[in-house]
Design a protein around this ligand. Structure first.
Ligand code: MEZ
Length: 600
């Protein structure tokens, strides 16, 4: 049976379907229903069943997989749509990878371009949302005991960034039935935005390039960078397991063969794809493909509302709110929390660091810290919460991170007087502090064609029109309005330091290349909130620790939601490394805990 298109369907039927679809669909029963995409489809004679299928009552799964299959059937895959689309900035060609059409396009309410959460450029979308708010007021969750919708799993993973996905894959490969919950409409978390690379010591890729590194040196650099506030046992694991984590990702299909330098590192140990492409989008693509290959149960638009526990304090599952399904519970033998930090929550950032109020952030919109609340409510101890990292180079007036790898590959920082003011590859706290002390509290990251050619991801900054250029240092100076002679002198002095292999002025330890190949480029950068080092206290086995110093049974955590690995300041490249290593441990431990609890 074909349903009548919307405009020919009696209001009662619309209302009935509205009820089935919840609040968002109910809006379709208002007089403005033709304002939305579903109404337009109806006007074009496309029946509801063509998108939603013929089964009644109509059900939309929380991930909206079924509806998206319909979008793809008619319009083509994202890649195909991207290939057809015109325009300089094409949202269908995005570093967010192969995401659902419904991440941006809504059938029954206003649509919003997901990219607009971070980017400021004007992007048109049919039937745009007039409000910026995507979240609706959360209904009060029911008592879990009262819920009729109940599922079972061995392991539930909360969060689908690299830590969550790796934990899920590991637990699955150890034989566990796993469900991954992601509150955002797309998977990938902040890992999707990771740029510079993944730190690892004594890897096969370093060996190929003749780079001498060791676990001990990575431990030393990480502790020094973290001002020794780090948990030494966790740092040891990070460094010891790092090469194995590179191998693990390589086995899954990732390319981490390019090796560069990040701030605070004594040697080149930051691994990324050949040519210097951004690491995060690549790794997330690989993890998504592996999840799909294993038919892993990954649910987007699915918020973990509360952790369930029994009388003995063991974590026994999760109360979930699905976008369409509403509240339900998953009883589980173990839960892995990998829900990230809170850099995208300005109020929470300002609560712990009032001086950072009003700063931009490089983070995805879901990084609000609700995972920390889940863990703390379940009895987990929070540590180092006031340790918040600002990254020195966010493109001025935006949320776009200009990767530290640009400096690592040779860029310098100059102020409005056209002068250098800091060792560009010092730790982030030091570089940010120095930048904030400059006139205008910003700096210009200056580089040449040689640096540009060394790092593929720089092309993206051109694409986003963040780069000013000039055929000579003086021409560049004119473009960024700094004194031409001063910039020319600064570049010359820097090139002399490169030739002498010694930077007498700022003691920059690594001088990879002279800035001598035209054109010359600059991006204005400002510090912005990038990473929250604090979080749930964990054991070396990723067990979440309670106030009494004991692990909470059945509860594990990995990634930015935890505290202790990075101390007072994280080194660039250590985050992806942490997510993979501790994600692997959490997945294995959770699967083992599930097995153990199944034994009579
Ligand atoms: O680890 C990071 O945060 C990182 C490498 C960021 C960057 O500048 O690319």
């Amino acid at each position: 049976m074909h349903l009548l298109p919307f405009h020919r369907r009696p209001l009662a039927i619309s209302c009935f379907l509205g009820l089935l679809f919840g609040a968002s669909f109910a809006q379709a029963a208002t007089p403005q229903r033709h304002a939305f995409l579903a109404g337009q489809h109806a006007k074009n004679g496309i029946a509801c069943a063509e998108c939603h299928g013929k089964t009644r009552p109509v059900k939309v799964d929380d991930s909206e997989d079924g509806v998206n299959l319909s979008c793809v059937r008619c319009h083509g895959t994202l890649k195909e749509v991207g290939a057809k689309a015109q325009g300089h900035v094409n949202p269908h060609v995005s570093h967010l990878g192969d995401i659902h059409c419904t991440a941006c396009h809504s059938g029954h309410q206003g649509s919003r371009v997901y990219c607009a959460n971070c980017h400021g450029f004007e992007l048109k979308i049919p039937f745009p949302s007039t409000s910026l708010a995507t979240a609706q007021a959360a209904p009060k969750p029911p008592r879990p005991e009262a819920l009729r919708q109940r599922e079972r799993a061995d392991v539930v993973v909360i969060g689908s960034g690299a830590a969550g996905m790796v934990a899920a894959l590991t637990a699955h490969d150890a034989g566990a039935k796993v469900v991954v919950l992601e509150k955002q409409p797309i998977t990938g978390g902040n890992s999707m935005l990771a740029a510079g690379g993944m730190n690892a010591a004594a890897t096969r890729f370093q060996a190929k390039k003749g780079i001498q590194d060791s676990v001990e040196l990575m431990v030393k650099d990480t502790l020094t960078g973290g001002k020794n506030l780090n948990e030494p046992a966790l740092v040891k694991i990070l460094a010891e397991q790092s090469a194995a984590s590179v191998d693990y990702l390589t086995e899954l299909g990732a390319d981490l063969s390019d090796v560069g330098r990040m701030g605070g590192a004594s040697v080149d140990r930051t691994h990324r794809p050949q040519g210097g492409k951004a690491v995060g989008a690549h790794i997330v693509d690989v993890l998504r493909a592996n999840a799909a290959k294993r038919k892993l149960d990954v649910r987007v638009n699915s918020r973990a509302v509360r952790l369930l526990e029994n009388r003995q304090g063991r974590i026994t599952g999760v109360l979930v709110q699905g976008r369409h399904r509403g509240f339900y519970r998953i009883d589980a033998k173990a839960v892995v929390l990998a829900a990230g930090g809170f850099s995208a929550n300005p109020d929470r950032v300002a609560h712990y660091q009032p001086a950072f109020r009003g700063m931009t952030s490089s983070n995805q919109p879901g990084a609000t810290g609700d995972g920390l609340d889940l863990g703390a409510t379940a009895g987990g101890v929070l540590k180092d919460m006031e340790q918040i990292q600002i990254h020195p180079s966010i493109a001025a007036g935006s949320r776009i991170l200009i990767t530290e790898a640009v400096r690592g590959n040779g860029a310098i920082l100059v102020n409005r007087d056209g002068k250098r003011f800091v060792n560009e590859i010092t730790t982030r706290d030091a570089a940010s502090k120095a930048t904030l002390a400059q006139p205008g509290q910003s700096a210009f990251m200056v580089f040449d064609e040689g640096v540009r050619q060394s790092l593929k991801q720089i092309d993206g900054y051109f694409h986003l029109e963040l780069v000013k250029e000039g055929a000579t240092p003086e021409a560049l100076a004119a473009a960024i309005q700094v004194p031409p002679q001063a910039l020319k002198d600064t570049i010359e002095r820097y090139n002399q330091a490169v030739a002498a292999k010694a930077d007498a002025e700022f003691k920059r330890p690594d001088l990879p290349r002279a800035l001598a190949t035209p054109k010359f480029y600059a991006i204005e950068v400002k510090p912005g909130v990038h990473y929250t080092m604090g979080g749930l206290k964990i054991s070396p086995r990723t067990e979440v620790m309670a106030k009494d110093g004991q692990p909470i049974p059945g509860f594990f955590a990995a990634g930015e939601v935890t505290g202790g690995v990075h101390g007072a300041n994280r080194l660039g490249g250590n985050s992806i490394s942490e997510t993979i290593t501790f994600g692997r441990i959490a997945g294995a431990e959770a699967a083992a805990a599930a097995r153990a609890s199944a034994k009579p």
